[in-house]
Design a protein around this ligand. Sequence first.
Ligand code: HEM
Length: 336
Amino acid sequence: MLNKQLNKSLRSLFALLVLVMGLGFATTTLAADEQSSKQQAGKENPAELWRAVKAGDSGFTTAQGIEPGVLINVAGNQGRIIRDDYITPGVALALVGVFAAFLLFYFVNGPAKLAKGYSGKMVERWSKADIWLHWIMAVACLTLMLTGLVIILGKIAIQPYVSAGIWAGVIGFSKLVHDWTGPVFIVSWLLCIVKWMPLQTFKMYDLKWFLVVGGYINFGPFKGKHPDSGFANAGEKMWFWTLVFFGLFISVSGIMLVLPGLDLPREASMAALLIHGISAAILIAFTIVHIWMATALSEGGMESMVSGYCDENWAVQHHNVWFDEIKANGSIKYQK
Ligand code: HEM
């Protein structure tokens, strides 16, 4: 009895197995047939094949990997068009447009002078570690910007005017320097973010700073205004948080692009390329403004990132809340 039942069960199991295998074989054969008929159709009608390739259709190949049968990835091609039509001109505009706008503003407005001149008394503002950190990050960032600009704009601004050999050298060198400077920027950026974040939280008085454009305008109703400001003013805080977010986007997308071993789908690589380009355009625009403000616009501003000390009158005019605070709590340190 038991034997009979076992026999029956084994027979049903075998039948099921044959059915499943048969179904599997049929679908594989159908798919292979479909592909081979597509390829056959392609051989007979190349235009049809090219249409299928451009539409991202997968063909038959023994190669291994992600989408090995796809010759043209549709998202990748769309991304290339977005980069060429929008991101490349955007980066050029961020560079030339922001520089020109600030130059014009500087000629019309002039620098933000110290209302009471220099006092000669120097107050400690940044530690030696802060200064090192700032300049390592700044040099890395400027190197990335310069080499990145060659990579994205070089084909328009350099390649047509030099020999193929020179262009190969320039683009190869830029790519090499760009790839190896990335980690220096990421580490210094991370340290800066962690170390300086407590100084960069927004306060209510920052709103007023924006309303009077920080007191940097030398004409009209804004003239002579010195809005309240803590250790960092509202403009510096905006720069800092832009650097936090777009520094993160540019770093993560950069890692995705520089490590082919990650074997990402082509959609992810293209998304990383676009995010990298957009973040670069935004950071370039902000960096140009930052350098203009530090070097030309704010009289006495550069000194603090060179020696670590700022003039007392500069501290009172530009960072009064911070100055009052360190004076009141006794942590103020003068240069001896
Ligand atoms: C030639 C280039 C640069 C110059 C002359 C410059 C100058 C300065 C100066 C003077 C300060 C101190 C401002 C203060 O004490 O209130 C400063 C702060 C700062 N810099 Fe730069 N910098 C340069 C490039 C950069 C770059 C490329 C970055 C970004 C990667 C950067 C990021 C910062 C940040 C986050 C701060 C602190 C936030 C602030 O207070 O503005 N700097 N810089």
